[in-house]
Design a protein around this ligand. Structure first.
Ligand code: ATP
Ligand code: MG
Length: 191
């Protein structure tokens, strides 16, 4: 019998098994319906873990019909949607704090916008805290992911591996988003 006091609060932590890309897309659709202005969601995980795939499915579910480019070089893309402004960041190539100031990134993290951020750890201390963290893990891939990723062979084989998504709320806004996203149908339990 598990010690119930040791289990994470379901309003705070949810673990999902994403068997294939369509499961990742289903998560994006569920999250899209529960977004509201001001929300900061940070996406973590190795290269190719599925962060951009998740953002694409969120945008699609919100009615965006254009191409969603990975903002690896531009660092940010803005999507003015009917219901909200969504900023998609990718800080993989972020270099230093001057870049942050010059680009005026702080202004984007305000009450009016939803910010989805890939590679938040690369932005260092500049970023405000996340309301919701989503960590995507490639299952059954061992340590290869860390060392071999980026090669064509590895990239192709990544698609054959399921993902685990660990969603953690860090604020009342994050909890509200998790609760209303109705993720229970996708849920595998707590880890
Ligand atoms: N649950 C899943 N199971 C298997 N493959 C998946 C799953 N979710 C996404 N994928 C595949 O994994 C790849 C993820 O690529 P994506 O560009 O989304 O990764 P990323 O995390 O944004 O990488 P980067 O750090 O380079 O930006 C895609 O080829 C997608 O089809
Ligand atoms: Mg990406």
């Amino acid at each position: 019998m598990p010690d119930l006091n040791q289990l994470p609060d379901p309003a705070t932590t949810i673990s999902l098994l994403l068997a294939d890309e369509s499961a990742t897309r289903a998560l994006g659709e569920a999250l899209a319906a529960s977004l509201f202005p001001g929300l900061r969601i940070y996406l973590r995980g190795h290269l190719g873990a599925g962060k951009t795939t998740l953002v694409r499915s969120i945008l699609k579910a919100l009615g965006y019909q254009g191409r969603v480019k990975s903002p690896t070089y531009t660092l940010v893309e803005l999507y003015p949607l009917s219901r909200l402004n969504l900023y998609h960041f990718d800080f993989y190539r972020f270099r230093d704090s001057n870049e942050w100031r010059e680009a005026g990134f702080s202004d984007y993290f305000d009450h009016d916008n939803v910010c989805l951020v890939e590679w938040p750890e690369k932005a260092g201390q500049n970023l405000p805290d996340a309301d919701l963290d989503i960590a995507l893990e490639v299952l059954g891939y061992g340590e290869h992911v860390a060392t071999d990723i980026g090669t064509e062979a590895v990239d192709a084989s990544l698609d054959a591996h399921p993902r685990r998504a660990l969603l953690r709320a860090h604020s009342p806004a994050g909890q509200r988003c998790l609760r209303s996203a109705a993720l229970s149908t996708l849920q595998e339990g707590f880890s």
